[in-house]
Design a protein around this ligand. Sequence first.
Ligand SMILES: Cc1ncc(C[n+]2csc(CCOP(=O)(O)OP(=O)(O)O)c2C)c(N)n1
Ligand SMILES: [Mg+2]
Length: 363
Amino acid sequence: MFDEYNPLNKAMFRVIDNDGKVVNKKWMPQIDDDKLLKIYKDILFARTADLQIVSYQRQGRIFTYPPNYGQEAIAAAAGVLIRENDWLVPAFREMGAMLAKGVTLKEIFLYFMGYEDGSAFKNAKYTLPMSVPISSQLPHAAGIGYAVKYKKEDKVVIGFAGDAGTSEGDFHEALNFAGVWKVPVIFIIQNNQYGISTPVRMQTASDSLAIKSIAYGVKGIQVDGNDFFAMYKTIEESVRICRNGEGPVLIEAVTYRKGAHTTSDDPTKYRSKVEEEEWDAKDPVKRLRAYLIDKNLWTLEQEEKIIPQYKEEIDRQFTEAEKYGPYPAGDIFRFLYAEMPDDLREQQAQYERFLAWKSTKVK
Ligand SMILES: Cc1ncc(C[n+]2csc(CCOP(=O)(O)OP(=O)(O)O)c2C)c(N)n1
Ligand SMILES: [Mg+2]
């Protein structure tokens, strides 16, 4: 597959078309009906939660949030294939993979409410916290991959970044290191066409993001990231390659951020309605739904019934997170060092004095 779709051939890997019809039988993954239905429901749950978080933010109940809307097939495919003891190294738009690892929605809510406990996952093993400093997580992914190989463990690492992340030095250092040491790391670049307002054509003069793999001697592929089956097949194959000691792999997942960059952004300032409508036709949930309906595995009536149930469950977990108590301002300082240095202690004291002063001003 990686030979057939060598990035130098400039062909994007896809399995279903925009109407959910199989157009590439040769690479259609084998997934049984029950499993596929469970996957679809999980994607639907993640989409419902994602849309609901934006509404919580609008109600002033949560801080800035980066929507996953339109990109869900990528994290979902990774989530199905990653094992309990494999490593997940997320960026910040991979909710489906985090939920699949055992991170709870409540923890995700806590993270966006500012609580450090939102990064201290109780059930999810081998899962790094979300990483906002762009691509800073990729050298960690490469390093973890090195440790896995050194300890001869049967594990893979799945690390994520965005298209703009490929302009960071950390991306190149991680790829170079991973290539030299042949570590079992799958780098997934979610090319959602924008780094905030910067379109991908302004991000690089390369023909694609996948083609950057060639320079590092790493297997690479460009995939339709809105095609669940193509993503599943690619990650399945990448996991096999990594477990065989033939990693790493670079996957460019071509997708579209249907929402805003974050709840603080207004995309109408830098992209057109026409463009948004073009991508709407390629929506990953629509495509998978069309496939399932065609196979008589799902109906719109079922979907209408299940969404309110999901909303209720999401709301229940959100209310749980809201009960968490007053925000512990000390958290900003507490988790930087094992032992707090004097200058940071002084900064914390200053900050506490500031908060005490502020509380006398704000009624
Ligand atoms: C090192 C660093 N520089 C700048 C920022 C500000 N910033 C936050 S998100 C973002 C764009 C990221 O775009 P991309 O990598 O394509 O990921 P996406 O947000 O599209 O998922 C930038 C520049 C940051 N978080 N970290
Ligand atoms: Mg992007």
